[in-house]
Design a protein around this ligand. Structure first.
Ligand code: HEC
Length: 479
């Protein structure tokens, strides 16, 4: 019996080894094959090492939120109105699956130094719009059309679209200089794009990194700072010439860079590093301050006195005093508020903020002087954005459903809702300068931006866009 069993085991091992040999061999071949497919069909735009050239990088860091099914759809059908063409005729389902497998593999060391940055600069010799628009620039809108990688400029007084510029997969809100001469936009693939609001033209672009979080502009408009998570650094760029001035290496992934409007420095916070950096505008010297947790998500009080931050999945939020540069308070929280996208308003003497929660369907209203919770309101789903305006009665909150819910600021009760299209997700809200209209995105291939009268809550207009995301008004844009 014993020997039999042993013999069987040896035999078993033998078969398993053969099986493993065949499958390792198959995997190598498969890997080789998918690399060839990638290099033949994708590398001209997405770079042989997948860092991206004219198209975004195809690496796990940038693709992690996309499921295989979504990638398959993009590759098969392409992305409408972009250079990403459909491959359904050229590649079989098996080929596409094999390419998806390949782009899920780590890409190895990513090198993108100051020379790469410098060489990527491109200032087009373009004339601007022949007839320069005349408008109140403080009511200028930028509408991000995710499906086309475009930013549209719109006159907020009459909703006329004026021009647009290609940015690619856009991340974070656009920035303006104080005089509103230029708009600056950052793409997830690291491109920083400048648009002239005087000449109404694409004023140039430079690739500051391979994967970018966001950008900030110094109050005098002379410096731009790009926070990159690949490579991990902060790149300072001369906004006039778009030349890189300094690459500041970071030990940790920056979560964002922010410019203090009344202070002297850019502030950088990190996703996995318990530090805050102050980068001085005048000499770019860095002051590093240790805090009690990484500030992966943060919020800056209205007078720029306090910086409120929390790590992902944290049990408390930390309040950092920007003047004394110390943590002055730590507050326990039940479920994490999404600090970066709060609605802020004043009620009597109180400053209140409404935060949507990450992953749970609640909106929490907090007094931001005492950090006492005033009310927790259950929404239809867990939304991303809550917005209000000093001239309007409600907080408008998206809920990851087809509906935007409206909360009365005084009673703190949900009193109304708008559903622009029952079959499509409604998200992100922005107001015109005076708060008369609210703009809501219908996030869909066959999407739109829908304009509501904020008093009567009736629809005034809808403009079609492919997957419109953020909309930013020059006056109301706070973050
Ligand atoms: C002619 C240039 C070109 C070629 C060739 C090309 N793409 Fe693209 N691809 C693009 C552009 C441009 C975008 C970005 C479109 C936008 O602005 O949203 C893109 C976007 C993508 C995206 C979405 C990326 C993201 O982060 O959202 C995927 C996935 C993708 N391409 C896969 C592929 C694959 C796989 C191949 C090869 C089979 C390929 N592409 C070939 C130009 C190209």
């Amino acid at each position: 019996m014993r020997t039999n069993k042993k013999r069987f085991n040896i035999k078993g091992h033998f078969y398993i080894s053969i099986f493993l040999l065949i499958s390792v061999n198959f995997n190598c071949k498969e890997q080789e094959n998918s690399k060839i497919l990638y290099l033949t069909h994708c590398s001209p735009c997405h770079h042989p090492e997948r860092f991206g050239i004219s198209a975004p990088p195809l690496i796990p860091e940038t693709l992690k939120r996309k499921k295989d099914g979504e990638l398959k759809e993009i590759i098969k059908d392409g992305l409408t109105a972009t250079n990403m063409q459909p491959f359904r005729e050229k590649l079989s389902d098996t080929d596409i699956e094999s390419i998806i497998n390949y782009i899920r593999q780590p890409a190895g060391d990513i090198k993108w130094d100051i020379n790469n940055i410098r060489l990527s600069k491109n200032i087009p010799k373009k004339k601007g719009l022949k007839i320069k628009p005349v408008l109140d620039l403080m009511n200028l809108f930028m509408i991000v059309e995710g499906g086309k990688g475009l930013v549209h400029f719109m006159n907020g007084d009459n909703f006329n679209l004026l021009d647009n510029v290609y940015v690619g997969p856009i991340h974070g809100g656009p920035k303006f200089d104080k005089e509103m001469k230029y708009a600056y936009m950052g793409s997830r693939s690291g491109w920083l794009v400048k648009y002239s609001l005087e000449d109404w033209k694409d004023a140039g672009r430079i690739r500051a990194g391979v994967n970018m979080r966001n950008i900030a502009i110094s109050p005098d408009g002379s410096l731009l700072a790009a926070a990159n998570s690949l490579p991990e650094n902060i790149v300072i760029i001369d906004s006039k010439t778009l030349d890189p001035i300094k690459v500041i290496e970071a030990k940790g992934k920056p979560s964002a860079v922010y410019s203090l409007k009344n202070g002297e420095a850019f502030i950088v916070c990190f996703r996995n590093n318990k530090e805050l950096w102050f980068i001085n505008y005048s000499d770019l010297s860095i002051e590093k301050i240790t805090v009690d947790q990484p500030f992966s998500d943060f919020f800056i009080g209205p007078d720029e006195r306090y910086f409120i931050g929390a790590a992902r999945n944290a049990k408390h939020i930390s309040i950092f005093d920007i003047q004394s540069k110390k943590i002055v308070k730590s507050i326990e929280t039940k479920g994490m508020p999404h600090l970066a996208s709060a609605a802020l308003w004043k009620q009597g003497k109180k400053y209140l903020a409404a935060f949507p929660h990450i992953g749970t369907p609640f909106l929490t209203i907090v007094d931001i002087d005492t950090w006492k919770i005033e009310k927790s309101i259950k929404l239809k789903g867990s939304g991303f954005f809550a917005r209000t305006h000093h001239n309007i009665k409600h907080i408008w909150a998206d809920s990851n459903t087809n509906t935007i819910q409206l909360i009365d600021k005084k009673t703190m009760e949900i009193t109304n809702e708008v559903t622009p299209d029952t079959g499509k997700k409604a998200m992100h809200i922005e107001f015109t300068k005076n708060g008369e209209y609210a703009l809501v995105s219908l996030w869909d291939k066959d999407g739109a931006v829908v304009f509501y009268d904020t008093k009567t809550l009736t629809e005034k207009l809808r403009l079609p866009f492919i997957k419109p995301v953020g909309k930013y008004n020059a006056t109301n844009k706070k973050y």
